[in-house]
Design a protein around this ligand. Sequence first.
Ligand SMILES: C[S@@+](CC[C@H](N)C(=O)[O-])C[C@H]1O[C@@H](n2cnc3c(N)ncnc32)[C@H](O)[C@@H]1O
Length: 150
Amino acid sequence: MKLSKRLKAICDLVPEGSNIIDIGTDHGYVPIYLNLVKNCKCLATDISLKSLEKAKNNSERIKTNISFCLTDGLNNIKLDNQILIISGMGTTTILKILDMSLNNDLIISTNNDVLTLKEKLLLKGYYIYKEVLVEEHKKYKIIYFKKHSN
Ligand SMILES: C[S@@+](CC[C@H](N)C(=O)[O-])C[C@H]1O[C@@H](n2cnc3c(N)ncnc32)[C@H](O)[C@@H]1O
């Protein structure tokens, strides 16, 4: 399965066999790839029914084993040790989704205002574990954040 440079760079940061939630999955390519190629346990979520149906159709067509949830951000999702992936949204939406007490690893690629994203997450006790720059139409930073242990 061929991913765009940006989505491939996101998937490359995910360790093999991880438990992930792709928030705002749309087409579902990230969880589909991670399930198929990196043997990850995946939950794909979206606020849009149309997007989630698209992801389900792609998942069925490519024969992957992933779960789906129609929800706004992390509402009604039980958090455990999953890595949360959020990409293709603006910083304001991303920070709204993450506005709760969290300890999960985060892999984030914002469409705008990377500085505010970093500042706010550092204030929440996160640090930048890895950061990758990808050029695809424009430049995207893909950042893997981890939480400082208390
Ligand atoms: C531009 S697409 C990005 C798709 C994919 N993550 C990517 O990076 O290519 C943004 C997706 O986020 C979804 N979305 C926007 N706000 C959301 C929210 N609060 N909770 C869940 N999904 C959301 C939209 O419905 C849309 O499918």
